[in-house]
Ligand binder design. Structure first.
Ligand code: ASP
Length: 345
């Protein structure tokens, strides 16, 4: 019998209304099993680990990513796949972080949750949970996993986790993968998009996890009228080792001398600056406009079509490895886990 480990971290899927405050708060997983008896009828062995305390995903920190990664590591050989029940608010960050932290993965790790708690009649949580378990257990004819990746399953779509963003606070269809097609769509059957699923390297070393994530990073989002003081408060911070620079369009930024001087000074001090676009669709290409080329000439790294969530977690992961700075820049600019379509442009 195929087996799946369910790691319940919290989120709306398992929440109930607190009668005292009227707001949603997490409750015990036993009741989710009672709400989804279908899980027992599957012919799939499902065991559960529950985080204590359960968390609203707005409270997620790298420490929880480490707990998730270690829970998977400790149980890796015992299960065919893993489902992580997680709040939707930061699910894309966790999926991106795990995609880097889990090394040489050859089993599915499916994050899911819901917009309406599982005990409420119109919940989207049941379908999300049941189909995630089915995908986590699914194997090819040669007994290898069909989807050996960190994914998000939500509202009939399976996405590569590090390509996703939460785009809607209202819709059941809460996630988008703007720059990469879904890995599967669930209708009457689950249709896998095989050419887009990452192949496992047959010569990879054994699965392991990286647990050091640097928090010495900052984000600088450009907008017309941004002041030198705002820019310098981030680029001039001596504790910051890496900055995600959110630029316009295909990676463009103002060409004012004071701005380019601040960026140059930071790069010369050893700060690693990663350029990603504020657009959801498309890629950074610092070779199209003068306003992009100026950043490339200074030594800013192009982040291609990486999502914001992936840029943040990839920076944390690479800085956490205490690599040589040039190596960090190199690895930022190339795909490590299918998180970007092309290398730096
Ligand atoms: N605030 C909740 C969380 O992210 C929202 C959800 O689960 O949908 O934990």
């Amino acid at each position: 019998m195929n087996s799946v480990l369910l790691i319940y971290t919290g989120g709306t899927i398992g929440m109930k209304t607190n009668p005292a405050t009227g707001t949603l708060a997490p409750f015990n997983f036993d009741q989710i099993e009672a709400e989804v008896p279908e899980l027992k009828k599957f012919g799939i062995k499902v065991d559960t680990i529950t985080f204590s305390p359960l968390i609203d995903s707005s409270n997620i920190t790298p420490a929880e990513w480490v707990r998730m990664a270690l829970a998977i590591k400790e149980n890796y050989d015992k299960y065919d796949g893993f489902v992580v029940l997680h709040g939707t608010d930061t699910m894309s960050y966790s999926a991106s972080a795990l995609s880097f932290m889990l090394q040489n993965l050859d089993k599915p790790v499916i994050l899911t949750g819901s917009q309406i708690p599982i005990g409420v009649p119109r919940t989207d949580g049941k379908e999300n949970l049941i189909t995630s378990v089915e995908i986590a257990a699914a194997k090819r004819n040669d007994e290898k996993a069909i989807v050996p990746e960190v994914c998000i399953y939500f509202e009939n779509h399976l996405f590569r986790g590090n390509r996703t963003s939460k785009y809607s606070a209202d819709h059941f269809n809460a996630f988008r993968s703007y720059n990469y097609p879904p890995l599967a769509e669930a209708g009457i059957d689950i249709k896998y998009n095989i050419p887009y699923i990452r192949a496992v390297d047959p010569f990879r070393p054994h699965f392991d996890v990286v647990t050091e994530m640097s928090e010495n990073i900052a984000v600088l989002r450009l907008y017309p009228g941004i002041s030198k003081a705002s820019v310098d408060s981030i680029l001039g911070n001596p504790d910051i080792e890496g900055v995600i620079l959110e630029t316009y369009g295909s990676g463009n930024a103002p060409m004012f001398d004071w701005f380019l001087d601040s960026v140059r000074e930071a790069v010369e001090r050893g700060v690693i600056i990663l350029n990603i676009t504020q657009c959801s669709v498309g890629t950074v290409n610092m070779g199209i406009y003068d306003t992009g080329r100026a950043l490339g000439a200074i030594g800013v790294v192009g982040g291609g079509d990486m999502t914001f969530e992936t840029a943040v977690t990839k920076m944390m992961y690479l800085l956490g490895k205490s690599l040589d700075k040039e190596e960090v820049k190199k690895q930022l600019s190339i795909p490590l886990r299918g998180e970007m379509t092309h290398g730096q442009m």
